[in-house]
Design a protein around this ligand. Structure first.
Ligand code: ATP
Ligand code: MG
Length: 450
């Protein structure tokens, strides 16, 4: 018999007879791979053994796998030492801990911030169990585990990350004409140009976004091909009209984006839809099915507190509130806040996190020097103070180019067709284009997509 627990009468005999003379050699540790009485900060370890030789002795996230061995007197109950061992393993980043009083041997493994018992035996049985112990904390085993883990890390680095990262942003203010649609379409183009795949959803029955992205070529009802397949059908039908069928490619910017169009019929059907309880949640489910196809979804909303605005804000993860900062628009922020409150109550009921307000975006701001220098800073400061809402860093100024690019037309024969383009495609060097590029950078940063 190589080890006899009866011969261990105190802590120092457990150290010498069980650990130094028996366990360390049996587990393949040579004197250059284990250390006795190791002090790390305020912690003193009885023994620390590594799969490979470590000189100088450093314990950090990149250290090779190691095992701490703590010897106690046979009179000690091991249960009283588990918390301390946990502290050692978790704070020093050591993978395994062996705890013994000679009569009993336990092995714990570190899991993030906790440890787990992975082996236990009587001191009398240690020779019988030595193979099992070697498999867990033997030197060869630590080396192999380390090699396997490094390989796994390398392989997982090669695999594309499949994390769900599609972010949905609603652009909303209940006041009309503040620049919601202009923001949605040009921000969509700017984000697209940063390499993100973009879907725009038009929630406004005026269908301004649908027009602004060039989905309606003819102003004639006879050529209306949107009536039969638009947001209304998406919201009405649980089983049909998935996003993948209803979204249309828009070449109003390059590369292209996709748009779920709106139609004037949305207005007539609002009451019917109101009776359909599920209609508020259908879009959430339908978007879930295209989460791998898009990185960013931008939702344009109507200037109202109606059902469509509600569904848009129930669906979105984030909210941008465009405001022209005119006194009336700012008073409107109180309505927006009230509205968000109601939305968040509903979201709590359906266990969806609260909508995250990215901030108030100053839009259509006068470029008058005096105004920019003196009035604008005061108006911007007033928003967090009075309304408790953040203000975005980017400012979108009043620029003629923004209206021009939206109203662009082409002549086909004797017909004048709408041919809107994004500001970034219309005049890439213009101030307006640069402002939208800055806005895209700010938004992507704030939603964690850069
Ligand atoms: P609604 O509430 O009716 O949907 P909206 O908030 O979507 O309006 P837009 O349609 O974007 O507002 O803008 C209203 C008008 O102001 C449009 O004619 C648009 O071209 C113009 N406009 C918007 N933003 C700017 C800007 N930064 N510079 C110049 N003109 C702008
Ligand atoms: Mg609009």
């Amino acid at each position: 018999m190589l080890f006899n627990p009866e011969l261990c009468r105190n802590e120092s005999e457990v150290e010498s007879k069980l650990i130094v003379q028996y366990l360390l050699p049996q587990l393949g540790y040579t004197p250059d791979t284990w250390h006795q009485e190791v002090a790390v900060g305020s912690i003193r370890l009885d023994f620390l053994a590594f799969g490979v030789q470590v000189v100088p002795l450093i314990l950090d996230a990149n250290s090779p796998l190691s095992v701490v061995m703590e010897a106690k007197s046979p009179k000690q109950n091991l249960n009283h030492h588990v918390l301390r061992l946990r502290h050692y393993l978790t704070s020093l980043n050591v993978r395994f801990g062996l705890l013994t009083n000679g009569k009993e041997i336990r092995i714990y493994q570190k899991l993030r911030d906790d440890i787990q018992l992975v082996f236990q035996c009587d001191g009398n049985d240690v020779e019988e169990k030595i193979e099992e112990i070697r498999g867990l904390i033997g030197r060869e085993s630590l080396k192999n585990q380390q090699f396997k883990e490094q390989l796994e890390v390398q392989v997982s680095n090669l695999e594309p990350k499949k994390e769900h990262s599609m972010k949905t942003i609603a652009i909303y203010h209940n006041k009309g004409g503040v620049g919601k649609t202009t923001t949605v379409v040009n921000l969509a183009a700017a984000i697209r140009k940063k390499g993100k795949r973009v879907l725009v959803i038009d929630f406004d029955s005026q269908a301004n976004t649908t027009f602004a992205t060039g989905l309606v070529k003819f102003d004639d009802e006879e050529f209306d091909d949107i009536k039969e397949s638009n947001l209304l059908q998406v919201l009405q039908s649980e089983d049909f009209y998935p996003i993948s069928e209803v979204a249309r490619k828009s070449s109003f910017c390059n590369p292209e984006i996709f748009v779920v169009p709106a139609h004037i019929d949305l207005m007539r059907n609002e009451t019917d839809l109101n009776d359909l309880d599920g209609s508020r949640l259908i879009l959430i489910d339908k978007l879930e099915s295209v989460k791998d196809e898009y990185d960013v979804v931008l939702i344009d909303t109507p200037p109202s507190l109606n059902l469509y605005a509600r569904i848009a804000l129930i669906t979105a993860d984030y909210l941008i509130i465009p405001s022209d900062l005119k006194p009336f628009a700012n008073q409107g922020l109180t309505n927006v806040k009230e509205f968000i409150k109601g939305i968040n109550t509903f979201r709590r009921q359906i266990r969806k996190p609260q909508i995250e307000v990215i901030g108030v975006l100053a839009c259509k701001i006068s470029t008058n020097n005096q105004f920019v220098r003196h009035t604008l800073p005061k108006r911007l400061e007033a928003i967090p103070k009075r309304y408790g809402l953040e203000v975005m860093d980017t400012v979108i100024y009043d620029r003629d180019d923004l209206a021009k690019c939206a109203e662009k037309t082409i002549l086909v024969g004797d017909m004048e067709l709408a041919d809107p383009v994004s500001i970034l495609d219309f005049k890439p060097d213009s101030s307006a284009a640069q402002e939208f590029e800055l806005l895209a950078i700010e938004v992507l940063q704030k939603i964690g997509l850069v």
